[in-house]
Design a protein around this ligand. Sequence first.
Ligand code: FES
Length: 139
Amino acid sequence: MTAAHTAITSNSDNIAAHTHTLFVCQTCASVWQDGKRVGESGGQKLLHQIQQLAQDWDLREEFPIQAVECMSACNRSCVVAFAAQGKLTYLFGDLDFDNSAAAVLECAEQYYTKTDGVLPWSERPEPLKRGILAKIPPL
Ligand code: FES
């Protein structure tokens, strides 16, 4: 096996291992003063709580958490998204940054276990029943 082949194989292994991503907007619910963010934003608080809980999460390897700067739903903060190859992409807003972390991970787990990623309203945790902003078909 050549070095190039090894690199390609290892790269595709990585892609296969991380087919799911939980995006969390860390700019949501920011307070701005003179063009600068003051203190910790609501999005950062939510992100840190999710990261903290995810340390003991069974899916922490398979479902990486990725902080993003904005998902263009700023007036519906806080905002998270679930995405995976071959599945619907969901965007959720109106999440309370103090009380949503556990629900986000619970919903991510539901998303992970469904082959098509469909998240019926009746099965979603309470904080994610409201505030759905987008359900985008898979590629
Ligand atoms: S600031 Fe969070 S979606 Fe734009």
